[in-house]
Design a protein around this ligand. Sequence first.
Ligand code: SAM
Length: 302
Amino acid sequence: MERPGAALYLVATPIGNREDITLRALRVLQEVDWVAAEDTRHSGQLLSHFQISARLISYHEHNASRRIPQILKYLAAGQSVALISDAGTPALSDPGQELVRACIQAGIPVIPVPGPVAAVAALTASGLPTDRFVFEGFLPLKPRQRQARLQQLAQEERTIVLYEAPHRLQRTLQDLLVHCGPQRQIVLARELTKWHESFWRGSLAAALEHCLAQPPRGEFTLVLEGRPCSEKAEELSPSEAEVRQELARLLAKGLSRSAASRQLAQRLQGSPLWTRRRLYQLSLQLEPLPSGDPDDEAESLG
Ligand code: SAM
């Protein structure tokens, strides 16, 4: 069994249900010299629940630059430090990443002690594809960066996992709807592992309606469907006007409706929307060729 030496331990703690703490997390928290916590009061309660007496120091976004040299000094003196966040895995959507980088630069081992992560809990229970996904954390708040990120996300084909504060949820759903369209599917994973855990599943339009009717409370992780293939196909496809024009050109060259549809369908292979049958049906709406094509009307693309 390992003994904490001079190392930074990234210890995951529960995201709600205290039973989710791991045996290894409990042991490491008990054995380390220091526990660096985002909110020492909140983490103090967790530690005392498990009867762990630890020396706590605060480490959060407002004191990170001051605290990093102090923590590095402890580590350089051979002491061990565990980093914990308010909930879940530290260094994910919190200032822990800066401390991790500083330790790596200083040649200090960084040891993960894995456990709960809201993003993974939400993703796996969402029912949306999990084979490829991206973690987006919180969307930027500054308008220009937010707009740019939303534009990128609208094109993303993988499942997207986002964190959001309850008071910003409506706004975020509105922005996602504008960029990704009302039909894109989303799962709102609320209060994961807690008493009021719930999963709401539906379109972005319905999600927004749901949140307007029932102002969001509690913690939310959002799992958004990636850009569906059908959207891509529509974009890759020529418009109906363009297809009509091309069909008319082929017919004017003397091709039968059947031959023109077959030829165009072959050229449009990348577009599942323009099948040979659909092209033939469209060709029937076009002006008959001056020379006539007696066999045409009887032809079927079956
Ligand atoms: N490090 C954490 C983790 O491993 O998931 C996340 C920290 S991030 C600062 C906090 C955000 O995580 C919340 O705003 C919420 O979006 C999400 N979150 C945390 N706990 C949650 C829970 N029990 N249910 C749903 N989302 C949660």
